[in-house]
Design a protein around this ligand. Structure first.
Ligand code: NCD
Ligand code: ZN
Ligand code: ZN
Ligand code: ZN
Length: 423
């Protein structure tokens, strides 16, 4: 794949079914219209004109919840393999979580992680800083002051990693000294996080809400004018696995009993249904994958929490669209627009003139079988959706105006950039 300065995507369809053509100049979307006049670019070898044959053109997906395992746990995943998995699936920006080794709980560790991602990632990336059980408030202040991150992730329940914070004094200080706080909080810990946010915080993002019961809590808090205000808003994230998998599927085979384990654990079919309903009522803000790869050998040997997710998230959602479960508009909102808005990412998450050209071309009608009709890019080498028959697949990924995935092939020269904040 050669690099063209100018790319014109012709004959596309947007999420509303309207004709759309896009002129990309260098890394920016220069023009979007029903018809781009390409005559002025004839005979210019720096220009590539691509007929996308009435496929869907969308902004690239922004996944704000991934565990890329680098540094320290790179036998499971690293920024190269993890970003390849994103590129294939249509994710143009990922946010990495802090539970690596060492943990991303000091400025120094954060800067080291940034260096590694810059060298290796072929898609864009951002980072959530970690709150430490050993009180790293001074480090939190430093990284926020320097504008190195604008989010802090804390763990309020046991899960993979050594980051559980149980000390109320530390929790309070984290909320007092952060901007948006992302929480791994289950059951009562959700109530606690919402209280902390109300009393001390500037914003709360509840990760991977798995059940009707927990989502109901968050929905009613979002409607409560004291708990959810402009000064301390509340956001709700749901993962694909809590939408598409449940205990029935987990208990159906001995293998699934080991593989389909994660925190929060899978729930009942009725919970899947409640989550879908809430999504369609506009009560959920984002789809985050919680991409948490472990080797299959580790998973089969003992209960290990976490599953890969970036390679299948968009395809599963497009398949759900084909089944009448969700609109393309909602998919774009939860997977592209809202993540950019909530994390205050500059000039990404939307197809808009002047924004970065992070664009995907999706064949919504493509029938394919997961793990059979494609390769698995994640280093962990497996997916919980193996052999699932899906309709809908990403066919092209453009990051910062460069094609990094096309016709099943990855262009693996790193082109990812660290995202910038809009405020
Ligand atoms: C995650 C992991 O493996 O890093 N595991 C999980 O079960 N979800 C950690 C987390 O997000 O809780
Ligand atoms: Zn690869
Ligand atoms: Zn978690
Ligand atoms: Zn996670």
């Amino acid at each position: 794949m050669e690099d063209n300065k100018i790319i014109i995507l012709k004959n596309g369809i947007d999420i509303f079914g309207n004709k759309i053509e896009i002129l990309i100049n260098d890394e920016i979307i220069e023009k979007i219209s029903e018809k781009i006049d390409e005559s002025r670019f004839k005979n210019n070898e720096n220009v590539r004109i691509i007929d996308v044959e009435e496929k869907l053109i969308m902004p690239g997906v922004i996944d704000v919840h991934t565990h890329m395992r680098e540094p320290g746990i790179t036998y499971k995943e690293d920024f190269t393999t993890g970003s390849h998995a994103c590129a294939k699936a249509g994710i143009t920006t990922f946010y990495d979580m802090p539970n690596t080794i060492p943990m991303t709980t000091t400025l120094e560790n954060l800067l080291e992680k940034k260096k590694l991602a810059s060298k290796k990632s072929i898609v864009n990336f951002g980072f959530h800083f970690g709150g430490s059980k050993n009180d790293n408030i001074e480090e939190i202040k430093k990284v926020l002051r320097n504008g190195e991150v604008n989010t802090v992730k804390i763990f309020m329940n046991v899960t993979t990693g050594e980051m559980l914070i149980e000390d109320d004094k530390i929790l309070k200080k984290v909320f007092e000294n952060s901007e948006l706080v992302l929480v791994h909080a289950e059951n009562d810990m959700i109530d606690k996080a919402m209280e902390l946010n109300k009393n001390y915080g500037k914003g709360l993002y509840v990760c991977h809400i798995p059940s009707a019961e927990e989502l109901k809590k968050v929905i009613s808090a979002k409607k409560n004018k004291e708990l959810n205000t402009k000064d301390h808003p509340i956001y709700a994230e749901v993962t694909p696995h809590h939408l598409f998998l449940n205990t029935e599927i987990r208990e159906s085979t001995e293998r699934n009993k080991m593989l389909l384990r994660m925190k929060p654990e899978l729930r009942e079919k009725s919970d899947n249904e409640f989550l879908w309903e809430a999504i369609n009522q506009g009560e959920v803000d984002t789809i985050g994958t919680d991409h948490a790869p472990h080797l299959i050998s580790e998973k089969l040997e003992k209960i290990t929490f976490g599953m890969p997710g970036v390679e299948t998230s968009l395809a599963l959602m497009i398949n759900a669209f084909n089944e009448g479960k969700i609109s393309l508009e909602t998919i774009q909102k939860l997977m592209c627009e809202n993540p950019a808005k909530i994390m205050k990412i500059e000039k990404r998450g939307k197809l808009q003139e002047g924004f970065f050209a992070d664009i995907i071309v999706v064949d919504t009608q493509k029938d394919w079988i997961v793990g059979v009709d494609d390769t698995i890019e994640s280093k962990c080498g497996w997916t919980p959706y193996e052999n699932w028959k899906l309709k809908g697949k990403n066919t092209m990924t453009i990051v910062n105006g460069k094609i990094i995935y096309e016709n099943g092939k990855i262009n693996d020269i790193p082109k990812g950039k660290e995202i910038k904040f809009s405020e």
